[in-house]
Design a binder for this molecule. Sequence first.
Ligand SMILES: Cc1cc2nc3c(=O)[nH]c(=O)nc-3n(C[C@H](O)[C@H](O)[C@H](O)COP(=O)(O)OP(=O)(O)OC[C@H]3O[C@@H](n4cnc5c(N)ncnc54)[C@H](O)[C@@H]3O)c2cc1C
Length: 344
Amino acid sequence: MSQDKHGTIKQALADLLGTENVSDDKAVLEAYTRDWLPPGVLEHFPPEFVALPGNTREIQSIYKLANRYKFHCIPVGSNLWSVATKATRPYTVLLDPKRLNHIVKIDEKNMYAIIEPYVSNAQVSAEAMKRGLVCGCPEAGGQASQLAGHTFQGFWGIGYRIGMGYRNILGFEWVLPNGELLKIGSLSQPNAGPSCGEGPGPDLRGMLRGYLGAMGGLGTVTRMAIKLHPWPGPKTFPCEGMVPNQKSVLPLKKFEWVLFKYPTLKDCVKVMYEIGKSEIGGNLEKWPTSYLCWWWAKSCEEYWETWKSGYFQKNMKNMVSICLWGFTSEKQLQYEKRVLEDII
Ligand SMILES: Cc1cc2nc3c(=O)[nH]c(=O)nc-3n(C[C@H](O)[C@H](O)[C@H](O)COP(=O)(O)OP(=O)(O)OC[C@H]3O[C@@H](n4cnc5c(N)ncnc54)[C@H](O)[C@@H]3O)c2cc1C
């Protein structure tokens, strides 16, 4: 073993998953090593292997092998947040869930979905919207893993309305670092379903994540039940054109953005508290000026030119954005607009 640890681990993983689902190919490992930070910020350190488990049992077995042969496992979703998924120690195996890409269930009536790790934000959103429901999506985009978003950060635009990621976890199946399987919340009781993350049964969500996630250091979540919320918009998210000239127009009588600014950050905080107390709107955020540059610019060059000119930094500092959602009717939107104007 000590003579050829690499070979021993490779053989064990191949026996378990099949040779086609384990790779130590240099090009593949490089692909799992790139990240979005400027060169030199992170040390270049490829994993030893990338493994593609096909079910929960295989993930359990990988962790058991890891304990026997002393290697490290890092679960990834779509691996966009590569800062948190990169290998930092020798003999690291990245667990890529590409084969675990199913929405197991959507319960329209009780407003939840059960998902596997590689189900993307776009998949869950599309299925939820068809049913008049919505889920949180970070700015990472449609391709990122919905489960990893909940496990890791889950700070999303509609977090004001629906709560951040950790508030939307109803239960999960969790392969612990020793290979055992733990079910959390009401999922731990036979036939109780994922109705409640707090129980009956152990609520250990706080071990998986607090404000942020455990960054893959505490095993792998193989299935998660997430809460879905009412969506007053169309069944298919409208989208025209190609990036960067893409346009989405939501029904104007049901959705209205209001952007306004204040002289100080303190004023923004105060107004956001007041809006919260009134329980109006679907999105509420204080946009940093960089957002305005990102979303306005049609190219990297235009972004840098705008940023360097300082236009948004000078004119749009301390800006609050709210999108009013007519959940029940157009009248609700008009009512909420008047409430907002009073608060402003
Ligand atoms: C351009 C960009 C914009 C972003 N904007 C936002 C934003 O607005 N709000 C926000 O919250 N986040 C944002 N993020 C970060 C974001 O949270 C993640 O990129 C994304 O939501 C997580 O999904 P992923 O598929 O990228 O996960 P990965 O990068 O693959 O994983 C993220 C973390 O979760 C762990 N993990 C993944 N799967 C599992 C599992 N099955 N079990 C246990 N742990 C697991 C990983 O080990 C890692 O630590 C942004 C990222 C990018 C690249």
